[in-house]
Design a protein around this ligand. Sequence first.
Ligand code: C5P
Length: 399
Amino acid sequence: VVMTEAAQRFVTPLAAGALVGERVFTDLFDQAQEFDVGHIRLARECDLIIVAPATADLMAKAAHGLANDLASAVLLATDKRVLIAPAMNVRMWQHPATRRNVATLKHDGITIVEPDEGAMACGEFGPGRLPEPAAVMQAIEQALAAGPLAGQPDFEAEPAHRPLFGKHVLVTAGPTHEPIDPVRHIANRSSGKQGFAIAAAAARAGARVTLVSGPVALPTPPGVDRVDVETAREMAEAVRRALPADCAVMVAAVADWRTEDYAPEKMKKRGSAPPALRLTENPDILATVAVSDKRPRLVVGFAAETEKVVEHAQAKLKKKGCDWMVANEVGTDHNPAFGTDHNQVTLITRTNIESWPTSTKAEVAKNLVNRIVSYFEEGQKTHDTDHSNTNTKQAATGS
Ligand code: C5P
């Protein structure tokens, strides 16, 4: 345990030491401590470092490489994985300076365990609360499972459990909200669960993952770089910026239309006739990515259909120019999909149709990521483009 000055105002080193049954380190300039252990050894002789609770101040220091106390010096000297679990007032968390620091820390490979939302000690409400211990534990377990970082002695570039190491996977998820006026918007029932599960599974497989998400109420999976957007046009721009990628999995339920005339003031009820909304088409993000000069090698679309699922999805695969389409029936008693934890999907490639049994969205994500892994492994062996037919369970009938 390393405690900062501020931490010692809340908890004494004696109490922390008694709880963990270990020595507590507090002072960069304590000769006895430095002689015994030294901040470099502290930084190196651990499996990972977790900063919890992390203040805005400590994150600012870590983002800028300051090292004027023991905690920040250890963070600067380490070559191990670092997890940061922030806890601060909502305004401090949302301040542009903290946003910049979070982005810098993520860019440096540090995992942020996203804070919870709720009532704060100061009486305000919002994101910034220390994540629940179970969430911190889960992040620790995942970080440990991910193994050592580049530069560490036992680092293996491509261990079997990180088959997507070195690959960038771009995932879109959730709905988009298309504003009508400042208080109303067009939305859909997408919860984002399937897309978030895919992002999590890709990160667990070792990929660098960018998750572009519409408005959802879901925590960011560990190790995933998340970009929040609201409208289809914002999503299109965030996707453009995230490219190049090796694989794009477009799970978002992007609104096909937005209102042509956004009303800058709240629309009023006038007379008896309700106002007519004139709609205009949104950009098709998937189709744009599929023809872009930065086209990922594997482009996967999702097709939520209420009828003739496979037929419609096959037509979409061609029209949008993607490699695979994951089709699912939505809004039916058989497979409500939206908002639930289960899904029944059919994987359609250019040559095959494969129906998967109903399972959890996490299972669907794992299976899809396994298929993505095989795709890249096959491609590496043969340099061919579509090998999706090498491990199919059910061949297309062509009918
Ligand atoms: O045409 P439809 O909305 O059914 O197509 C679904 C697929 O296309 C999904 O992969 C979705 O993320 C993507 N899409 C998109 N941009 C749109 C509409 C759909 O990327 N404007």
